[in-house]
Design a binder for this molecule. Structure first.
Ligand code: NAD
Ligand code: LMR
Length: 329
């Protein structure tokens, strides 16, 4: 079987990084053939054509076909996996929510085109910022496509959180698990270490030994470091994250399709879990079972965590109001 994958913004920084990893089999494994559709705006077509030539030159055994287009109907025709990356990145001093007016208008027409043209089992991952609310816009425009097929990328935040915890504890990152992100892919997000394990044991005790006052470390060091990492990358690098974002996108889609071994994080359409208003695209601790994300339910959420989740969810509500007032919902 061949999987058809549409990448929007395919000639942008993240798109370009994604193409070669997908063609090399990092997304679906070494046996699954792929057909790529590179969707760009007219100004991006030349660079996308160039990327298509380079994909030929990669002589990737799994790559069956590459098509470059600026027509959304062609771009999403028969699409099984849609990676909605194409959107403006923020610059220094901006928050991701500042991009709503510039980027929100992209996702309604793409949602409609997905509904009209994609395969019936299509799964959509929104990377373009503000990712949660753009996913909401796309889902709302995709008549007939179940809402649970639309997700927003928060795996990069989780990868950052696990990496920071591993650095603090002086342990390899693969030993650190269960550090979910709650809320919005924004500075209000809540990276939650309360269920984290290191080598299968609770991380809390190890953390106490190293940082002493864990609540103070979480408030003053860990949470701001993770939640503002995107801005830190922009400051240091001069433009927003690319390869780490592409890598997290691969992690998210691979786990969605092939299943998870443990919890991870994804922005999914809320069904009211943990009191998050229905319909918002909110990041939760999730597992992927039989090709579907399921929110991990029944976790203890103390008052401090509750306040942090509520603050991020309040921002998602505000973003929804903002796109309503822009006529995008
Ligand atoms: P980029 O400017 O390098 O590339 C964006 C590409 O999208 C360009 O090639 C542009 O021509 C194309 N594009 C614009 N509008 C389009 C449309 N309607 N249809 C198809 N293509 C379109 O930007 P980038 O660095 O690749 O970042 C892309 C987006 O991803 C940004 O919004 C950025 O903020 C976001 N991002 C999200 C995460 C996350 O974790 N969710 C991480 C990193 C970046
Ligand atoms: C990130 O988290 O690196 C991206 O969302 C880019 C940004 O604007 O921070």
């Amino acid at each position: 079987m061949t999987t058809t994958i549409t990448i929007t913004g395919a000639s942008g920084q993240i798109g370009y990084a994604l193409l070669f990893r997908i063609a090399a089999g990092d997304l679906l494994g070494p046996d699954e053939k792929v057909r790529l559709r590179l969707l760009e705006i007219p100004q991006g077509l030349g660079a996308a054509e160039g990327a298509a030539l380079e994909l030929q030159d990669g002589a990737f055994g799994l790559l069956e076909h590459v098509e470059v287009t600026d027509d959304v109907a062609v771009g999403f025709d028969g699409c099984d996996l849609a990676l909605l990356v194409g959107a403006r990145p923020r610059g220094p001093g901006m928050e991701r929510g500042d991009l709503l007016a510039a980027n929100g208008g992209i996702f309604g027409p793409q949602g409609s085109a997905i509904a009209a043209n994609a395969a019936s089992g299509v799964r959509v991952t929104v990377v373009g910022n503000p990712a949660n609310t753009n996913a909401l816009i796309a889902s709302a425009s995709a008549d007939g496509v179940p809402a649970d097929r639309f997700t927003a990328l928060t795996r990069l935040d989780e990868n950052r959180a696990r990496a920071q915890l591993a650095l603090t504890l002086g342990t390899p990152v693969h030993t650190v698990r269960r550090v979910p992100i709650w809320g919005n892919h924004s500075a209000t997000q809540f990276p939650d270490v309360s269920h984290a394990t290191v080598g299968g044991k609770p991380a809390r005790e190890a953390l106490e030994q190293i940082v002493g006052d864990v609540p103070a470390w979480l408030e003053q060091t860990f949470i701001p470091r993770v939640a503002k990492r995107g801005a830190e990358i922009i400051d240091v690098r001069g433009s927003s994250s690319v390869a780490s974002a592409a890598s997290a996108t691969i992690d998210h889609v691979r786990d969605w399709v092939r299943g998870t071994e443990d919890w991870t994080s994804a922005g999914v359409v809320s069904r009211g879990e943990y009191g998050v208003p229905e319909g918002l695209v909110c990041s939760f601790p999730v597992e992927a079972v039989d090709g579907q994300w399921r929110v991990v339910e029944g976790l203890d959420v103390d008052d401090w965590a509750r306040a942090r989740i509520d603050a991020s969810v309040a921002e998602l509500v505000e973003e929804r109001e903002a796109v309503r007032s822009l006529g995008l919902l």
